[in-house]
Write a protein that binds this ligand. Sequence first.
Ligand SMILES: Cc1cc2nc3c(=O)[nH]c(=O)nc-3n(C[C@H](O)[C@H](O)[C@H](O)COP(=O)(O)O)c2cc1C
Length: 413
Amino acid sequence: MVLKGKNIVLAVSGGIAAYKVVQVARDLTKEGAEVHVLMSEAATRFVTPLTFQTLTQQKVHTQIWEGWTKEEQGHISLPGHADLILLAPATANTMAKLAHGLADDLISTAYLATPATTPFMVVPAMEHLMFVHPATQQNIQTLRDRGVIVLDPKYGEHATGATGLGRMPEPTEIVAAVRLVLGQRQGDLRGKRVVVTAGGTQEPIDPVRFIGNGSSGQMGYALAQQALERGAKVTLISGPVKLEPPYGCEFVSVRTTREMEAAVNLALEANPPTDVLIMAAAVADFRPLRPSEQKIKKEKDKPTPVIELELNPDILLGLKGRPGLENLLRVGFAAETNDLALNAEKKLKDKDLDLIVANEAISSIGQPDNEVTLIERGGLTQQLARKPKRAVATAILDKVLELLEKKHVMNNA
Ligand SMILES: Cc1cc2nc3c(=O)[nH]c(=O)nc-3n(C[C@H](O)[C@H](O)[C@H](O)COP(=O)(O)O)c2cc1C
């Protein structure tokens, strides 16, 4: 969403990873960005300009010697109109040029012509020995010191078969980093700190068995992802799920409800204070009183074991009235199998929440989409049609933003 209508200059230098950047150009374009590609001469030996031209539907520029007629001068002024410049892959050679202010090709000239306020992101990719060489490291440091965003390369196998540090991050990660940077500059939640809990918790019965639920984490992860894209600093506290944490969040992995409670408390103690807490996790309300240290055996002549349960802490209730959290906007979820509205409103009041997202448990937990009702403090209710969890996340964050603004107005009144 954050990429829609954005103007991105994609500079491609001559590394073998250039073929992967074709996917980056495609993904950025698909998400609605206008992508203008600049290629070094060496880059055109790895991928043809026509490939990028076809995918971006924009003319690809390869040298400074072209385009000096009045109609064509566009490429010289491209960095001045861009929302972000992305250099990927960034060769050792091109980074050296940027670090030293050379301007003998299109990419290095574009770097010098980039306004100081426009984010410039560099994605190094090269063989391990080239990457760790002090010359390359020093050039990267010079660029970072100037405010250039340099993504760290990965450890792994290179195209030549050698293994080491220097592999380019995957295209999805590069696109996520672009979204993040744009969100942090232009997103409507920029500067806000948001803590999101996600997934289900597990309570051990013995070392191999647990009490759990079918939560997939999709709702919480979608909220974290979108809050990041809208510019928030996000801490995602998650129970065990099969999802990759969104790029750029602070990620805390927990298993039990008590671990989740400790992680939430720790996150809320951090400074600057958290603006929004969204509890999307499906926590286990009960835990076995005496989990067995060894796997419980099925024994013929012994009675079937009975698992005695005790109550887990209620994380949101525990925060009610806590000093120092007066400005925290609290969002809870209510997944119910019966009397949904009634139970949700009771939770909202009992736990002193600003917003509760009410959904029917059976048709929402573990499903890719959800039908929810947003209930505000005071009872104002908004019913949303069934939609993908990503779209539900958008609606929840729109409401969060509205409530934050209301809170701000009230605090300043
Ligand atoms: C097959 C091949 C693969 C290369 N891969 C890389 C690479 O991944 N990273 C890098 O920094 N240089 C790589 N190079 C070296 C660059 O292509 C070379 O330094 C070139 O001058 C870079 O020009 P540019 O920075 O203007 O694109 C490779 C060279 C060849 C022949």
